[in-house]
Design a protein around this ligand. Sequence first.
Ligand SMILES: [Zn+2]
Length: 382
Amino acid sequence: MLEFKILKKSTKSRARLGVLKTAHGEVETPAFVPVTTQAAAKALSSEEIKEAGSQLVICNTFHLHLKPGEDYVQQAGKLHEFMHWERPIMTDSAGFQVFSLGFGVDHGVGKKIKKDDGKKLNKTIKQDKQPKNLKITDDGVLFKSPLNGDKIFIGPKESIAIQQKLGADIMFAFDECTSPLANKDYIKKSMERTHRWAKICLEHRSSDQALFGIVQGSYFQDFRQESAQYINSLDFDGFGIGGDLGISKDDTRNVLNWNIPFLDEQKPRHLLGMGYLDDMQIIVEGGVDTFDCTVPTQFGRHGIAFTSEGKLDMRKAKYFKDQEPLDKNCACPVCQNYKRSYLCHLLRAKEITGLRFLSLHNIYFFNNYIKILREKIKNNEI
Ligand SMILES: [Zn+2]
């Protein structure tokens, strides 16, 4: 069950305000989606993720399949009961791991390459090339378990079967997230396979969970358009925008412009695995309704806080005697109750509480940042 209602469309950009209605409640969009890979945001409880203002989370199909296994989660009452999160949940399809455990590992790159990775940019992955640790066929992908080396096969049917047992409100179709280093021939072949898989996913859905189709096509305008038109022609409940988005902010804008106009505007759009703080406005103006990223918790675990003064490395000695709150403009429980001096002490003393506090504050900060963007759409400022 999924309903999407658009409340207001900006006249300045493709930004829109909406409400996503699920069996587990409503989500005000645009919304930031914290990543709860193994049914937990690292170091935080579900209550704390909620306290940080989160409306919806995304769990990882591949990792939950590895441990504890989807049968285990199903027996425990499916994800909502298992992780005690009563609000909406998404599960990705394991398509990202086709990249992250494949060519991503082989070339030491992420989905977004940095400018100074220029040398790597000579599109080295040619058609029919296979990554070292997994095998991609027309039926699906043979993974090697990162835990014990066991062979694990996941294709479109398997991905849907796993996601149905996990029981999220929104599932994603199985795809291949392609490497930014793949050449045009590779991308074409992969995109066509992702399209075939999308159809198979729809045919094998037997639950009332919503299913989003994923658009691929890398950084090629013609493929992005073709993929958006094809995925849009199928009976999906919404869309995921996957794959790499180029290097610069202009590249991100371009990819969204090549995809979004070809997607049914009445259906929600999720941007998979992207969203640095300074990208958020670009993404929202591009017409994205929800997006997930691991930045707030990842940075939090490294002692970095996002604040209204910018990113602060709270391990630095200068905060040791700082008696101000972490961010005086933040209403999160950490900023209400603790000073920078204490947080700095916790981090320097390697107390796990320090990392927990920064993760909680950072998620709150991201949620609040997008709340401000929602206000700006309401006032037609962006
Ligand atoms: Zn705070």
